[in-house]
Design a protein around this ligand. Structure first.
Ligand SMILES: Nc1ncnc2c1ncn2[C@@H]1O[C@H](COP(=O)(O)OP(=O)(O)OP(=O)(O)O)[C@@H](O)[C@H]1O
Length: 615
């Protein structure tokens, strides 16, 4: 049945919503967990001096705030009631000094909390980053990039807020609550019990309000991210939109999203409009109740409570109620921080599926003999993608891997580079099983030029030196000259110091490839891996790259994955793969003569592009 446009849009919208919900399906809050809290506290240990100074500031501030109120009550009860003007001046001076010291302490309380939070998050980020860098590829296969970024950004942010605000603001509020309670007890036990009875009502109303608000705000954020994501997509894909005349439908979809967002905005405002007056009324209602009971007690003939003390009590009740509101708010934030911390630590605690064996040894200087001995490999258990692979590569030989898409070419080079481990069988380099060597010693002797020639932000020079940061400028120049790209690189706007832009966007495809070749050549590896290194470039650039490639490959054991058969015609051995098995092997001439799978592949390819005749 054909779907009408509005239905399709609603379907799109629902689909989009589901995707967002799925992405955000992780728990937003977690109960307070003292194991997690104490683990976060361990990150403060290196900064013990700052942490201790902060704790002193917290205690001082918890006392200072009620003390200010106490000082006012004392002044009213003392010099004011006794009409002692010099006494009032003295009290005012004392109050002024106390207020000054309160602000002084507040400055350091805030500053130290911010600094400590930053330091903790800095260390956590670095630890997580180092951990991720050492995870094997199998981990990244299972874990979405978005998840990792969200751990690094939003969970980290929740923990930062948890340390900088929640923890210390709550400690101050809690201390203030205790001091105010002690003062009220001192004034009048009966009235204090009344206040104590009111506290849970205020706490619960507050908690309910904040819980509701945080859920509504989460929905609001989600709806807003749908709007911004659609906006970004529409701007980036405007050419496709115009090309397919989708403007009206896109506008309709956007209108729906905006309407959806307004709905959540209205809900937030409605909740605020209802609860803020209710909370205020609660406090006022309690004040009236206290006024009635308090006045009744003061007016009793045998009362020990004076009018001045009742006024003081009122001040202290206020000092007692306001931290309850603060704690109610911080509690929500604390639960969010708990969820963030739990996810962060779960990631930090994820052990790599495999690491170097405890008795792994550095691989001695490699000559370049590589052997696959009955190698089986699967990315997912029970679904082998390489089945009993056997071959030998002598030092200096080029092994070309050929086959249809998904036949297992990239998997073979992933195993040579030990990005993954085989399920069974052995991969030996110079007769040494790769399982028993350290990854670092292997990677130092392997050069890799990947299909997606990845450049990092930085200059051309930084990227060439990526493989050997200590290489001298002369060495870099020699390598570039060997590849025939020295003039080209030195002719860039800032020569080798030219920034490559994000992922090399400021360089042409050919230049990017040359940077990768130079990087590989500089490392001077004995084993070289090339994954479709010469795809998607024009014929002139390709010829240049082919020549450069010959230079890079010379004298090394090379594994080349290329769909372009022209690049592998000169390989010593061609392995033809099909569904994870080697179905043919030999050099170009032998395979053509056999008139099998390779010959057919070559034939098809020759028809698509003009190539030298086979043979
Ligand atoms: N990271 C991965 N996780 C799970 N399965 C994978 C992964 N990478 C590849 N595969 C699967 O393994 C099989 C072999 O893939 P491989 O990338 O080795 O093929 P290929 O011959 O290099 O293909 P292409 O020419 O398209 O690059 C395919 O069925 C593929 O779907």
């Amino acid at each position: 049945m054909k779907t009408s446009a509005p239905q399709a849009i609603i379907g799109d919208l629902q689909g989009l919503t589901q995707v967002v919900r799925k992405e955000e399906s992780e728990a937003q809050t977690r109960p307070l967990d003292f194991r997690l809290i104490s683990r976060i506290l361990t990150y403060m240990r290196p900064y013990a001096a700052k942490r201790n100074a902060l704790l002193v500031a917290v205690v001082l501030r918890a006392i200072q705030l009620p003390a200010l109120t106490w000082a006012i009550a004392l002044t009213i009860n003392g010099p004011v009631t006794a009409r002692d003007i010099p006494g009032v001046w003295l009290a005012a001076g004392g109050f002024f000094l106390l207020a000054l010291s309160t602000q002084f302490v507040m400055h350091f309380r805030q500053r130290y909390a911010l600094e400590l939070g930053e330091l903790v998050v800095q260390d956590l980020r670095n630890e997580l980053f180092a951990h991720l860098q050492n995870m094997p590829l199998s981990f990244f296969n299972r874990t979405k990039v978005g998840r990792i970024i969200s751990r690094m950004i939003s969970d980290m942010e929740d923990v930062r807020v948890g340390v900088q605000e929640v923890l210390f603001v709550s400690l101050v509020a809690f201390g203030q609550l205790l001091v105010a309670a002690a003062c009220m007890l001192y004034y009048d036990v009966g009235l204090f019990l009344l206040v104590l009875g009111m506290a849970p009502i205020l706490w619960l109303t507050n908690r309910y309000f904040h819980k509701l608000m945080s859920e509504l705000l989460r929905q609001l954020r989600e709806s807003f991210s749908r709007v911004t994501a659609t906006l970004a997509e529409s701007v980036l894909g405007v050419r496709v939109t115009q090309g397919f005349s989708r403007q009206d439908e896109n506008a309709r979809l956007f209108k729906l999203l905006v309407k959806d967002h307004s709905k959540y905005n209205t809900r937030v405002m409605q909740a605020q409009g209802l609860f803020l007056p209710l909370l205020e009324f609660n406090s006022q209602f309690f004040a009236v109740l206290l006024l009635i009971v308090g006045s009744y007690r003061v007016l009793q003939p045998d009362s020990t409570l004076t009018i001045g003390e009742l006024v003081g009590f009122f001040f202290m009740a206020n000092m007692f109620f306001s931290p309850i509101q603060i704690l109610g708010n911080q509690y929500n934030q604390a639960l969010t921080a708990m969820a963030g911390a739990e996810r962060l630590f779960a990631l930090l605690d994820t052990p790599p599926e495999w690491t170097d064996l405890p008795d792994a040894r550095p691989l001695p200087d490699v000559r370049g003999h590589v052997e696959f001995d009955n190698v089986w490999f699967s990315y997912e258990p029970g679904r082998p993608v390489l089945k009993g692979i056997n071959f030998k590569a002598e030092p200096g030989e080029t092994i070309a891997l050929v086959g249809h898409t998904g036949s297992g070419k990239t998997s073979i080079i992933n195993l040579v580079a030990r990005f993954w481990l085989p399920d069974s069988g052995q991969i030996r380099v110079d007769g040494v099983d790769l399982r028993g060597v350290t990854s670092e010693s292997l990677h130092q002797q392997i050069g890799i030029v990947l299909q997606t020639n990845f450049l990092f932000a930085g200059t051309v020079l930084d990227n060439i030196r990526f493989s050997r940061p200590d290489a001298s400028l002369e060495e870099v120049e020699r390598v570039c000259r060997q590849l025939g790209c020295w003039e080209e690189f030195s002719g860039l706007s800032q020569g080798l110091e030219t920034p490559v832009g994000e992922r090399g966007a400021q360089l042409s495809l050919g230049q990017r490839q040359m940077v990768c070749f130079a990087r590989a050549l500089l490392a001077n590896p004995r084993i070289l891996i090339l994954d479709e290194a010469t795809s998607s470039i024009d014929i002139v650039t390709e010829i240049r790259l082919q020549q450069a490639l010959k230079v890079v490959m010379q004298g090394r054991t090379c594994f080349v994955v290329a769909h372009r058969l022209s690049t592998i015609r000169e390989a010593s051995t061609i392995l033809v793969l099909d569904h994870g098995e080697i179905i043919e092997r030999g050099n170009h001439h032998q395979l053509i003569a056999r008139q099998g799978h390779y010959a057919r592949l070559y034939e098809r390819f020759s028809r698509a592009v003009t190539l030298p005749p086979a043979g």
